[in-house]
Ligand binder design. Structure first.
Ligand SMILES: *[C@@H]1O[C@H](CO)[C@@H](O)[C@H](O)[C@H]1NC(C)=O
Ligand SMILES: *[C@@H]1O[C@H](CO)[C@@H](O)[C@H](O)[C@H]1NC(C)=O
Length: 135
């Protein structure tokens, strides 16, 4: 019960609970990601909880670049869409500089729902809070 990785996981979950996305991560973060704490997984700022997007719109996804490590092993970012706890195969944008802090995406043509989130990949993935996509 108190293996090093479960202690690590608890510490990690506590950290993210402070940012209000505990529910999202509690059931979703694989242990593999928990153990890769030295990599860069930028924190998504927008979209956030309460955001409503309409399909076909263009929006700037933004993320915090202030805490990136000096040397990043992967400078190329990728943004994918997730519905509920399920990853979708939809790539909204990729091969952009992860240090830009923002990238324009087009809201994809998907089933309307209030449980969408984005996964921003640098070295590792970071989930946005859930937000809404409407027709
Ligand atoms: C995204 O941000 C850039 C720079 O601030 C701005 O020029 C552009 O119009 C924005 N795009 C949208 C869709 O808001
Ligand atoms: C970052 O990489 C440079 C060049 O490879 C190296 O000189 C430097 O020590 C590295 N810095 C850190 C903090 O790893």
């Amino acid at each position: 019960m108190s293996s090093p990785s479960s202690v690590l996981a608890k510490t990690f979950l506590f950290f993210f609970a402070l940012f209000g996305i505990f529910a999202n991560l509690a059931s979703a973060v694989p242990v593999a990601e928990v153990e890769k704490r030295d990599v860069y997984d930028p924190h998504v700022l927008y979209p956030h909880a309460g955001t409503v997007w309409y399909k076909g719109q263009r929006h700037n996804v933004t993320w915090d670049t202030s805490d990136h490590p000096v040397n990043i092993t992967n400078y190329l970012g990728r943004i994918m869409l997730r519905k509920g706890l399920i990853a979708t195969p939809l790539i909204l944008e990729e091969n952009f500089d992860i240090l830009l802090g923002r990238i324009e995406v087009t809201v994809p043509w998907v089933t309307p729902g209030d449980d969408y989130s984005l996964v921003l990949y640098g070295d590792s993935g970071n989930f946005s809070p859930m937000f809404t996509i409407k027709e």
